[in-house]
Design a protein around this ligand. Structure first.
Ligand code: GDP
Ligand code: MG
Length: 468
């Protein structure tokens, strides 16, 4: 009897001890922020750091429980632990935002991180007992979404990939852009020479940039060619798909074909797989930013391409669906937040349709992620609000409008249009237009937190359960 009682108490104690251990483990979290170029990653991380730093004193974050309840005691930047990863240029970003005239932070092109220490008063009875004040370390990691587009390459051979590119080149607008690298024709068996080969790779890279710039395409492969990060100029990025006469047999080592094929394999191993192993595997939570508005402006082709790119990005979270993951590692992401960024570009009554559009864009991948036990959420927000809500007048009628300053410094008052609440059908593109204008940041005081829309809802979803 006595023994039983002892055992019972022991098991209660052990249960509590386990709980403490789990809680202690909870105290460090890696939040990864991704999205295609210009989706707003830099602005988002800058804003998040700024809101956290201000949270204890003058935070305006009512949707974030811990802040509203006054439990946030302070947050500050501390040295990061991964010394090989560049530090996110927070101060430089703020300098631009608070400049005269205010400007957006300079774009970055690789991975970067920043670590924050958050001190808060816990609500958890056991931990309150242990010392009341707790610390949560948050790493924010910024990396280009383009890198995730490369995941399917892991399942392709050089031949299969080349075949895919050849098929894409049937689209006349792509073929037209491609002439500069398609010609002259190359021979598979010709000897590899560094200079002409690297020049060819450079022309191919220029072509990928032109697809992005002129056609608004996002689905560009290999992704590192346009966003090389620290690998700019490395031989790993010097190959092209083989779209000329196929080799008769397996070309010997030292031929152009064999060298390109080896480099493709090395690209897959070091850059694609390497990224998943060294970075992705360590993420606890992931934010995916989507700029839905710019492609609405650019037209049906650009929007369709963005839709495809998002679908492909989502494949990185469908762990069970493919065997990449079993081959690589087991990821541990438990929450996935989709953000329609730059919501301050549209009038407030359009935020509902904007979230709905985002939900449609990510729906299939979201279902898969849920299936893996990942909690997901969709939000429309502005990391840094650059407009005010106003009213316009036309033909004697009032219309909702937003007011701000263009990038060239012109005052703007406009109604950018209605955001479709679903993937727009073909006729939408003929009947409706969308007039998206970029705004420069509003003049702001460095002593106050940056203006935002619903960033606090993002904080609640991302950190709420860790600050109990
Ligand atoms: N109005 C507004 N514009 C934004 C916001 N976030 C980003 N932008 C615009 O989008 C551009 C690209 O953002 P950035 O954060 O550099 O994108 P990244 O390439 O994903 O890091 C910026 O230069 C701004 O013009 C926002 O919250 N509001
Ligand atoms: Mg950036």
């Amino acid at each position: 009897m006595l023994r039983n009682k002892f055992e019972q108490q022991w098991s209660v104690l052990q249960h509590k001890a386990n709980e403490v251990v789990n809680r202690v483990r909870d105290r460090h979290i890696r939040l990864a922020v991704t999205g295609l170029s210009r989706s707003g990653k830099t602005a988002f991380i800058t804003a998040l750091v700024n809101q956290l730093e201000h949270a204890a004193i003058d935070g305006r974050l009512p949707l974030w429980d811990a802040q509203r309840q006054g439990r946030i005691l302070g947050a500050r930047r501390v040295p990061q632990q991964n010394l090989h990863i560049p530090t996110f240029a927070y101060e430089r970003g703020l300098d631009s935002l608070f400049g005269d005239p205010p400007a957006w932070p300079e774009p970055t092109r690789g991975v970067a991180e920043v670590r924050l220490e958050i001190r808060y008063r816990t609500r958890h009875p056991l931990r309150r007992h242990l010392g009341e004040i707790s610390t949560l370390y948050v790493d924010l990691v910024d990396y280009p979404g383009e890198w995730l587009l490369d995941l399917p390459l892991l399942d392709l051979s050089y031949e299969q990939w080349s075949e895919q590119v050849e098929q894409q080149l049937r689209r006349p607008e792509l073929q037209q852009l491609a002439t500069a690298w398609l010609e002259p024709r190359w021979q598979a068996e010709q000897a590899f020479e560094e200079k002409p080969a690297s020049e060819l790779a450079m022309r191919y890279t220029d072509y990928l940039h032109a697809c992005k710039r002129e056609l608004g395409l996002h689905l560009i492969q290999p992704g590192r060619f346009v966003l090389p990060g620290e690998f700019a100029g490395a031989p790993l990025l010097q190959f092209v798909p083989w779209v000329w006469d196929k080799p008769a047999g397996e070309p010997a080592d030292g031929t152009l074909y064999a060298t390109f094929k080896q480099r493709f394999e090395q690209y897959k191993q070091h850059l694609v797989q390497g990224f998943y192993e060294q970075h992705f595997a360590g993420f606890d939570r992931q934010i995916v930013l989507v700029d839905c508005l710019q492609p609405l402006n650019a037209g049906a082709a650009s929007f369709g391409d963005m839709q495809q790119a998002i679908a492909r990005i989502m494949e990185s979270f469908a762990y069970g669906k493919s065997n990449w993951w079993r081959r690589l590692f087991s990821p541990r992401i438990d929450k996935l937040l989709f953000v329609a960024s730059k919501a301050d570009h549209v009038t407030p009554e359009q935020h509902g349709p904007l979230v709905s559009l985002l939900q449609h864009l990510v729906s299939s991948g979201r279902g898969q992620a849920r299936f893996e036990g990942i909690e997901t959420e969709c939000l429309a927000l502005a990391a840094i609000k650059a407009t005010e809500v106003g009213k316009g007048q036309a033909n004697g009628r009032e219309f909702p409008a937003i007011r701000g300053t263009s990038l060239d410094g012109e005052p703007l008052l406009l109604f950018p249009g209605e955001v479709p609440s679903q993937i727009p059908p073909a006729q939408w593109w003929q009947n409706q237009g969308f007039d998206f204008q970029a705004f420069r940041p509003l003049p702001m005081s460095a002593h106050q937190a940056l203006p935002h829309i619903r960033l606090d809802a993002a904080l609640e979803f991302l950190l709420g359960d860790h600050l109990e």
